[in-house]
Design a protein around this ligand. Sequence first.
Ligand SMILES: [Zn+2]
Ligand SMILES: [Zn+2]
Length: 387
Amino acid sequence: MQTLIDHGANVNVMNAENKSPLHVAIENQHEEIISVLLCHPTIELKHRDRSGNTPFAAALGIRNHKAALRILDRFPSAAEQIDQRGRNFLHLAIMKDDLESVLFLIAIQVDVNSRVHDVNQSTPLHLAAASNNEMITRNLILAGARMNERDSVQKLPLHIAIERGNLPAVSALIQNNADYDATDADGNNALHIAVRCGQFLIVRELLTESRVNAEATNLKGRNPMHELCRIVEDNTAALICELFLECMPNYPIDVPDMDGNTPLLLSFMRGQSPLCKILVKAGACLGTENREGVNIFNFKLATDQLLHKLLDILPKESSWSECDLCQECTTRFTITMRKHHCRHCGRVLCSKCSSNDIPILKFGINKPVRVCSVCFNVLQSGIGSLS
Ligand SMILES: [Zn+2]
Ligand SMILES: [Zn+2]
């Protein structure tokens, strides 16, 4: 090599794959030849081969960190080059879950907050939030990656980690003071997002390891419990609901969203039986109506089975509903048309619609009290009074 160079050979000549002698020497790990080439005054270091790799990229690709460092000596910005999709070496190493390259790049002090030059404008930590290697996230944080930078759609790395169900990354971010109350473009905080994605373990992590505001409302006026009851299905929904009530026994389960829907109403309208049962056992108000006058008594599911089941398991008199109209026949209350409450479901009714009297043994009520016709049927069938 030295002899050829001494006789005027072109050190930047390319072969059919657009590789220079330096590319080839790096790929074959010929350290001495690499040295000779890198000492040459006209050596070209920005040149890309047919796969788009510069000599630095080639060195990084085969983990020849010694060669990579020597290239950096001659061409300090070699590590900051970006590819056609706007990604630099750090971005690519994170996306490949390549911890070793990430550590090397951190060691040579590349910018750990550089954004991908594309529509998402992700930072390295956004990319790491989707990585399976927790150590990448932790090392970026140690190297000074900023925790709460937003991408072009207002998401934090924490939001991405939650959406991906990436519990280790979520833990790493929370332990390093990521802002769990920060909201995305829809006003969802970390807990909203975890609930919406049905990520039970992440919900638990947030409720036990952070002080996230569990009652925050998003731009649609919904708190995380509303989102749970509106979106999440079956057992996952039930598990998360139980977790909420276990961690926060005083969680306001009767707060309505902007449309007047309570968690019970939202889950009832979707026929989510396990969720409804948990809410009823936790004391949710049965008679609450939304802005369109819909409640669990007048909303028609395919069968009345769920309503009857919920009335059957009702553990104590439901808190009284407020309404200006009888919740059965919609007669308006006046001075002469007085309000009554069903002593079982708590709905507000006219005297005609609450004319049945029956003891409610499961509540310890032994003398007959005023109930609505729905509750009368449930109680009379005997199941209710035995439970
Ligand atoms: Zn009535
Ligand atoms: Zn009733």
